[in-house]
Design a protein around this ligand. Structure first.
Ligand SMILES: *Cc1c(COP(=O)(O)O)cnc(C)c1O
Length: 391
């Protein structure tokens, strides 16, 4: 059935799902088990030898993982997907599957703070170095490649400065040199942007954000070729950052409404960005859906929608930032994004607090920057809340 479906929302609802053959349950049972029994000792030995599709032990796979993986793979246009315990488990698993001691990575400075810490603080201890640079100019990226460069790791739109990278131009440069491109597609989601179709080798998600969409799960996913995901599975089972059945079940449930949620968040993002762009207290609005965004043309080419995250540069220094964040009533002062409720945060005080000043400057992560992640509420209510908070 799901093979003949074409529409995004139909796929999200039906891929990976079938009524439970035992009970007829329309939703998948939660397979809350650590291990799976085999009918005979011989069948168990056979299974292990032939690496058959099926289940042995939940660190290696679980039917609830399979449902979420099928939906994400189909949406990203990937052969395979692997769900893991968090977005950071996805980033680290993917990079560890490709890099060995002596290898080199290229990334930009305004990436997720946790990913920055992995690349800047942890991987060098294992002999893997990273060059942080602006990925806006593919020729400069090509010049920064070294014989030992294995991966270009990028987020587009970036966090929190909402800068874009041209995925097809960077993939073209990378592939000429045998380098892989991994795109963290958390911000855009496959509803708005499909990096594999643009030439990326793998896609990463913090499933905590839009994919699950309800601020009640920490999860991650990697999607790519069967070969790439096999390498990731091998790392994941050794490192051990496994998801669990219930969170995978919630992730599968959340994914069913991804298309509806993101469509609404695109509308809310645009409405709030346009409102704030006219506001006298705001020096600048960073949102790829605004014609004033320096890469708006690239956004139109590469994205189907511009998402629910925007950042603003506020006039009036720290006092103005404190005033806005303390006065909002509907927006929660919280890190994270991509959920049904709206959140607001000051990156230098929270997620990007431990990024060294030099890299904050490179990434445009300034103290006057406030990141807004809109939910699915009514846009008039969001705007009214910002209006009273900025008054
Ligand atoms: C949140 C986030 C991550 C990390 O995901 P967790 O689920 O919190 O581990 C990675 N990349 C981006 C872009 C994120 O927003």
């Amino acid at each position: 059935m799901a093979e003949t479906l074409k529409g995004l929302n139909s796929l999200l609802v039906h891929v990976g799902e079938a009524p439970d053959p035992v009970s007829g349950s329309v939703t998948p049972p939660i397979y809350q088990t650590s291990t799976f029994a085999f009918p005979t000792n011989e069948s168990m030995a056979d299974f292990m030898n032939e690496q058959k599709a099926g289940y042995i032990y939940t660190r290696l796979g679980n039917p609830n993982f399979t449902v979420a993986e099928a939906k994400i793979a189909r949406l990203e246009g990937a052969e395979k997907c692997l769900v893991v315990a968090s977005g950071m488990a996805a980033v680290s698993t993917a990079l560890l599957s490709v890099c060995s001691s002596g290898d080199h990575i290229i990334a930009h400075a305004d990436i997720y703070g946790g990913s920055f810490g992995l690349l800047h603080d942890l991987l060098p201890r294992f002999g893997v170095g990273t060059t942080f640079m602006d990925l806006g100019d593919p020729a400069a990226v090509e010049a920064a490649l070294r014989p030992e460069t294995k991966v270009i790791h990028l987020e587009t739109p970036s966090n929190p400065a909402l800068r874009l990278a041209d995925i097809s131009a960077i993939a073209e440069v990378a592939h000429r040199h045998g380098v892989k491109v991994i795109v963290d597609n958390t911000f855009a989601t496959p509803v708005n942007q499909r990096p594999l179709a643009l030439g990326a080798d793998a896609v990463i998600h913090s499933g905590t954000k839009y994919l699950n969409g309800h601020s009640d799960v920490i999860a991650g996913a990697i999607a790519g070729s069967a070969d790439f995901i096999l390498g990731c599975s091998d790392v994941a089972r050794k490192v051990g950052g496994t998801l669990n059945a219930f969170d995978a079940w919630l992730l599968g449930r959340g994914l069913k409404t991804l298309g509806l949620r993101v469509a609404r968040q695109n509308e809310n993002g645009q409405a709030v960005a346009e409102y704030l762009a006219r506001h006298a207290a705001v020096a600048e609005v960073l949102y790829p859906g605004l014609p004033s965004h320096p890469q708006h043309q690239l956004a139109k080419r590469q994205m189907k929608g511009y998402g629910g995250v925007l950042s603003i540069r506020l006039k009036g220094g720290q006092a103005a930032v404190d005033r806005l964040l303390d006065r909002v009533e509907l927006f929660a002062r919280a890190v994270s994004l991509g959920s049904v409720e709206s959140l607001i945060t000051q990156p230098v005080a929270a997620v990007h607090r431990f990024v060294p000043a030099e890299f904050q400057a490179m990434g445009g992560i300034t103290p006057d920057l406030v990141r807004i992640a809109v939910g699915i509420e009514d846009p008039d209510d969001l705007i009214r809340d910002l209006e009273q908070a900025l008054a």
